[in-house]
Each structure stands twice: as C-alpha cells, then as structure tokens.
Design a binder for this molecule. Structure first.
Ligand code: KPL
Length: 305
C-alpha cells in the first residue's frame, strides 16, 4: 500500500496515476471535513490528460484519525507544509517506512531526514506539470520525469519497480543532492525575476538584464562550495536551456503570486541565501534579489517566507 500525503495537484496526479495503474494507494487528507468532502464526491478524482478525462476512484483517510500503519508514503505537499503533514502521521510511520519527498526547492527534504533519522527518506525532483481545474479535477498538463534518489547513496529500493512497471517516468539518481542543487540554482535564476517583472520565463533574460549573469556567477560559487563541480558556462547553458524550453510558461512562483497563494521563496532563495551565509559567502545579487522579492510579496499581502 502506498500512501499519498497531500491532495493538491501533485498529490492528486500521483494518486490518480497509481490508482489507474492498479497500484493500491490511499490519499491522506488533513482534516475530517476534507475527508467528508472527498467522500461526497464519490471518493473519485477526475483525471484529465491529453484532452481525455476519466474518473479514478481513490480511497482516502484522515491523517490523525486512521490508525493504519504507513509503510511507504509519497509526500506531495508544498514545501512549507511538508513538516506539519509528516508530523500529523508520525505516530503511524512503521519502523521500516520509506518516505518519498516531492517538494520544490531544498530544505523540506533535509528537515524530513533530520526529523526521521531512523527511516529511509528519498528525495525527488519532478518536471511533471499538473493543476487543479476545480476541486476533485486534476489536469496533467505536462508529462515530465521524476528523478529520485537516496541522499545516503543507497541503491533504489525494490518497491519503486511497481511505478516503473506502471509506466511512470522515473529515473534513479545516485547523486540526488546534486540534482536538487542544480534545480535550486535554476529556480533561483528564473523564478524571482518572473515575479518581480510579472513576466513569463522566456522574458527573463531581457527584463533581468545584467543581473541574470551576475546571479548565475554567484550561484555557481555557491554550488562549488556544496561540492558541485560545474563551470560558469555549464550553469549558464542550463539556465538558458530551461528558459527556452519553458519560454511561454509562468514559473511556479509567479503562478502562486497570481493565485494569491503563499510562495516557496523560503525553500528557494531563502535556502540558497542561508547556505551562502553559513559558508561565509557574500552573494550580493542573490541577497538583494531575495530582499526585493520579500518586500514585493509583503506589498501584495503575501507571506515573506
Ligand atoms: O521549475 C520551475 C518553476 O517554475 O518552479 C521552472 C524551471 C522555472 C520552470 O517554470
């Protein structure tokens, strides 16, 4: 049995894919009222992909009121909700439980490893794009790939094979921390500018001007201190590749702002900035961008973390 913690778009996407492949899975919902609402919709999600919509039945339970042990759990919440979501099922985590963290940015995964040192905590970075059209209706807008790995360097656990057999695009990464740092650098280089200039990813180079290059130079320094040997040219190419592949997209942060939602700033720029300070690294472009973004969010009445 696979539990999926979080019923946002990513949680619904994962549970719909698992359930339609015949994999035994259950959604864990936060409150009894969320469970009642789920059941009132027939415990079914409408799963839309490539213009086709199918109803998929998924069993659900409430985090605190169920006593069933959790042996494998996919944490599909936003980064800022992951710790509380895991804490709500801490009493149910089996001694051999495996936790798979799907969050954006960095920090939430490391916090889970610290909070549950006796459990296997796997980290993932996904390029799947999904959104909730209306409650109980998830759209898989962009089929991507999920790269995952064990930060302790252990090999892929056998239970993941059922996902591969179900056709879910997974790639095991022997060095997942490196992948997360690269993704973090890319997010730091794109997301803040899309919010500050209210622009698509493709408009970032023009609107950010010289700051984009200055920031990439600083991010490379930060990656270097984390043991990532990457040249300035490689990092810059990576950033520009993502920009051109996603040129008409709104970054996740810009989408959050547009929807009046809390952003994951603290797990993207906040994490990078704290790691720089811890290493005694002075990164003026990153720090000023972080502060500008925090001020901008406050002006919009959104949390600064
Ligand atoms: O991951 C992304 C995000 O929006 O958070 C990028 C890479 C910027 C693509 O939109």
């Amino acid at each position: 049995m696979i539990h999926v913690l979080g019923a946002g778009s990513l949680g619904l996407l994962w549970s719909a894919r698992l359930a339609s492949a015949g994999i035994d899975c259950r959604l864990i919902l936060r409150t009894p009222s969320a469970l009642t609402e789920w059941q009132s919709r027939g415990s079914t999600v409408l799963f839309e992909h490539l213009g086709q919509t199918e109803p998929v039945g998924i069993g659900a339970e409430c985090a605190r009121s169920s006593a069933q042990p959790v042996e494998r759990v996919i944490v599909a919440t936003k980064a800022y909700s992951a710790a509380a979501a895991l804490a709500s099922i801490a009493h149910r985590l089996a001694p051999h439980c495996n936790i798979l963290m799907l969050q954006n940015g960095m920090g939430s995964q490391q916090n889970a490893s610290l909070a549950y040192p006796h459990l296997k905590v796997l980290y993932a970075s996904t390029t799947d794009g999904a959104y909730t059209k209306e409650p109980g209706h998830v759209v898989w807008a962009g089929a991507g790939i999920t790269r995952l790995g064990d930060p302790q360097g252990a090999p892929s656990p056998i239970w993941l094979q059922q996902f591969v057999d179900a056709g879910i695009a997974l790639e095991w990464e022997p060095d997942i921390t490196r992948i997360l740092w690269q993704k973090l650098a890319i997010n730091c280089a794109i997301n803040p500018f899309t919010v500050l200039h209210d622009c698509t990813n493709g408009q970032v180079p023009e609107l950010a001007g010289k700051r984009l290059n200055a920031l990439t130079i600083e991010l490379r320094e930060l990656l270097g201190l984390q043991g990532l040997d990457i040249s300035q040219e490689e990092l810059s190419t990576m950033v520009h590749d993502v920009i051109s592949r996603t040129h008409s997209n709104s970054s996740s942060m810009r989408q959050d702002v547009a929807a009046g939602r809390r952003t994951e700033i603290d797990f993207i720029l906040g994490y990078a900035s704290r790691q720089a300070l811890l290493s005694g690294l002075h990164l003026p472009t990153l720090q000023s961008l972080y502060q500008e973004l925090r001020t901008h969010l406050a002006t919009l009445g959104l949390p600064q973390d």
